[in-house]
Design a protein around this ligand. Structure first.
Ligand code: C6P
Length: 390
């Protein structure tokens, strides 16, 4: 479509991706033919809805190579998944003197839930530092970083800088000190092949809407052995086995963590999205995204007075930058007037931006449907804008 009379260039994919037609059609088909509540009825539509919902769970397990379908809990997205872990596993297992190890790259969704938990339990937060504008992790003193750590919770790909973290290596180190691990895969699940067994994590979270699926659905991978010992997250229907006026026995995992009518249509859409991505091939998506990000970075480097963030080598499909003389807000507004959608701000990583000494960055983030020609158009728009604004 045209935005402000210019063909749309959508470079805000780290915030949310566009949705392919098969995803929209799957949701429409479900509502037109199979709509009913799950796990309850013995009628045909309820059976179909249950099969679709549980089929989506199986598909998610396969997508991330989880050992069992039981390891998959549906959530509203990454944020809810992390909050679930903090409120259940965290509240039951952490106490004063324990350390929660994060990185300085974390999205607020992988920071604020742990701050809340730390306030409640007396546990302390520690951060793996990043090295300047490159935004890679400083892992020079792992032993000191991991002292007294009970939980490691880290992002796979930074939404602010594009850094790809060595999650398998860090999870191995955490395991060696007996710590539990969570990987925030919000920016990686739709962009590269993901294997929870190869990573060796206990928990992993992602959002459907960042990988071509609908909003309001996401998943938490949680090793079944850990789920067994975790208290429920929310109470209500679906998550119970028997209820008396005074107390309840809970359903088996993962249903114990899915109170109330779930987002069935969302799960159906997510299933279609995962099929769509695997048809394209996640290796191909990763190669395309990183190539585009590196091309955009090179083209941006043509500007004077620009500061570009993120690692020099392999990076996720995004590039963040600031200009010395032009405010990011003016830049994004001007880009929008020319049909180019980018995001500016701290991208929910305010402490990281404080450390970098900038209140906001501009971020262009790519997906498989973006092209080099769109990057060229973006650069052209910036060139025009810089002449006007500086
Ligand atoms: N980042 C961005 O523009 P939700 O909102 O729950 O789907 O995802 C939260 C989240 C968690 N971790 C990372 C690494 C993320 O990038 C995000 C969402 C968006 O960068 C919105 S702020």
């Amino acid at each position: 479509q045209k935005i402000n009379r210019h063909p749309l260039v959508y470079f805000d994919n780290a915030a949310t991706t566009q949705k392919p037609r098969p995803v929209l059609e799957a949701i429409q088909r479900y509502y037109e033919h199979d709509n009913a509540n799950v796990h309850r009825g013995i009628h045909e539509l309820s059976n179909r809805a249950t099969a679709a919902y549980e089929g989506a769970r199986e598909r998610v397990a396969q997508f991330i190579n989880a050992p069992s379908t039981k390891d998959i809990i549906f959530t509203r997205g990454t944020t809810e998944a992390i909050n679930l872990v903090a409120a259940t596993w965290g509240a039951a297992n952490l106490r004063e003197g324990d350390v929660i190890l994060l990185t300085e790259l974390e999205h607020h969704s992988n920071l604020v839930p742990w701050q809340l938990l730390a306030q409640r339990t007396g546990a302390a937060l520690r951060f793996i530092p990043v090295t300047g504008d490159e935004g890679t992790l400083d892992l020079s003193d792992l032993d000191a970083l991991f002292r007294d750590v009970k939980l490691l919770s880290i992002t796979h790909i930074s939404n602010a800088l594009g850094t790809i973290n060595p999650v398998a290596e860090l999870c191995a180190k955490a395991r060696a000190v007996g710590a539990v691990t969570l990987v925030d895969a919000a920016q990686s699940a739709g962009h590269l092949p993901l294997d929870v067994q190869a990573i060796g994590c206990d928990f992993l979270s992602f959002s459907g809407h960042k990988l071509c699926g609908p909003t309001g659905i996401g998943a938490l991978y949680a090793r079944t052995a850990l789920q067994e010992a975790m208290p429920p997250y929310q109470g209500g229907g679906e998550m119970i086995a028997t209820v008396t006026f005074q107390s309840s026995e809970y359903h088996v995992p993962p249903h114990k963590f899915e109170a109330g009518t779930p987002n069935i249509a969302g799960a159906v859409g997510l299933h279609a999205a995962l099929d769509y991505l695997d048809d394209l091939g996640r290796e191909n998506i990763h190669a395309h995204d990183t190539e585009l990000a590196s091309y955009a970075k090179d083209r941006l480097a043509e500007f004077d007075g620009i500061r570009i963030f993120g690692p020099a080598g392999d990076r996720g499909g995004l590039v963040s930058f600031v200009f010395e003389n032009v405010h990011a807000l003016d830049l994004a507004t001007m880009a929008d007037q020319q049909g180019v959608a980018i995001r500016i701000g701290h991208h929910c990583t305010q402490p990281l931006h404080d450390k970098l000494g900038v209140p906001a960055t501009a971020r262009a983030s790519f997906y498989f449907y973006n092209t080099r020609a769109e990057v060229d158009r973006f650069i052209e728009v910036l060139q025009k804008g810089m002449k006007l604004l500086s």
